[in-house]
Design a binder for this molecule. Structure first.
Ligand SMILES: Nc1nc2c(ncn2[C@@H]2O[C@H](COP(=O)(O)OP(=O)(O)OP(=O)(O)O)[C@@H](O)[C@H]2O)c(=O)[nH]1
Ligand SMILES: [Mg+2]
Length: 289
């Protein structure tokens, strides 16, 4: 079974005539929009497909499908897909709105990094609810990671400071920072992220850093709006797209990659520790259509 088997397919070639005519392209455009690719991206993808079909002298639907996979994979291949973990420690900050899967994703990535033999430290900078640190502690135990936490209501930037000191002292390879879910339009919460970022700059100058925006793929085009605003307010180096196992339509991945130029680096397809994988554009494009 493929990793993306649970992904809702865009059956873009079903029910179409067998000819690659204007009707075919119109219906394809429609399907892409319905699959959350968004209007601009759908138009762009279809224009690229038309060009490719013309250049290659493609005649059959099957060949056109292969071209479409190339076009979608191309749109998804924006920037490096691997995390930059080149320094010891490296720091990865996880941000996003409530309930998208930040804490779960940290657990899953932590387990994978442990599997690669890395020394991993979780930082419980979501101090908003006591339950948040408890949840992260459970994941730390499961993943074999260490954790630094403080009391509920503590200053998140202070927890990050502690975690970075601990990471240096214990020679951790990677620090994964959990943050409280926040709305992309709440200025004080965004300021808090900037404060965390400044602490990392000060305490770990020159260290490899990533800021991953976690997005729930089932939120569709709203996810694109979130991504735009988080990108402006916090600067993001990659996206984790979660819940691709549910009612999500995968077109959103293409829209984000194309419109923001930020790569999707991981895909989540369930709640279990193994239900996350580094993102593979070709595999995803094949699964999608
Ligand atoms: N089906 C599915 N569920 C997921 C996935 N990732 C996370 N979840 C579930 O989504 C719910 C929320 O996950 P959390 O990791 O707590 O989300 P969060 O972003 O940390 O939430 P807050 O800290 O409250 O902002 C949990 O029930 C997870 O098990 C996924 O890829 N697929
Ligand atoms: Mg959380």
């Amino acid at each position: 079974m493929g990793f993306f088997d649970k992904l809702k397919k865009i059956n873009i070639f079903a029910g179409f005539g067998s000819e690659l005519n204007d009707d075919f392209y119109d219906e394809l455009e429609e399907s892409l929009i319905l699959a959350d690719a968004g209007m601009d991206t759908a138009l762009e993808l279809v224009a690229q497909l038309r060009q490719r079909v013309r250049e290659k002298g493609v005649k059959t639907l099957e060949e056109a499908r292969a071209c479409m996979v190339e076009v979608i994979a191309g749109a998804l291949s924006t920037g490096g897909l691997e995390l930059n973990l080149s320094t010891t420690p490296s720091v990865v900050l996880f941000i996003g709105v409530n309930g998208v899967g930040k804490t779960t994703t940290i657990g899953k990535i932590g387990a994978q990094l442990r599997g690669e033999g890395k020394k991993v430290l979780f930082c419980a900078a979501d101090t908003f609810r006591a339950a948040a640190a408890e949840q992260l502690t459970i994941w730390a135990d499961r993943a074999g990671a260490e954790i630094v936490k403080q009391h509920e209501g503590a200053d998140p930037a202070a927890v990050v400071y502690d975690a970075l000191s601990a990471a240096r002292a214990r020679k951790s390879d990677v620090v994964l920072v959990d943050t409280a879910g926040r709305l992309h339009n709440k200025q004080n919460l965004m300021n808090e992220l900037n404060k965390i970022s400044r602490v990392i700059d000060r305490e770990c100058p020159g260290c490899a850093r990533e800021t991953l925006l976690v997005l729930d793929a089932t939120t569709g085009q709203n996810g694109l709006i979130q991504a735009k605003q988080f990108k402006e307010a916090a600067g993001i180096t990659g996206i984790v797209l979660t819940k691709l196992d549910g009612t999500a339509k995968g077109g959103i991945a293409v829209a984000i990659a194309r419109e923001l130029g930020v790569p999707v680096k991981y895909a989540g397809v369930g709640e279990g520790v193994d239900d996350l994988k580094p993102f593979n554009p070709v595999e995803f494009a094949q699964a999608l259509i």
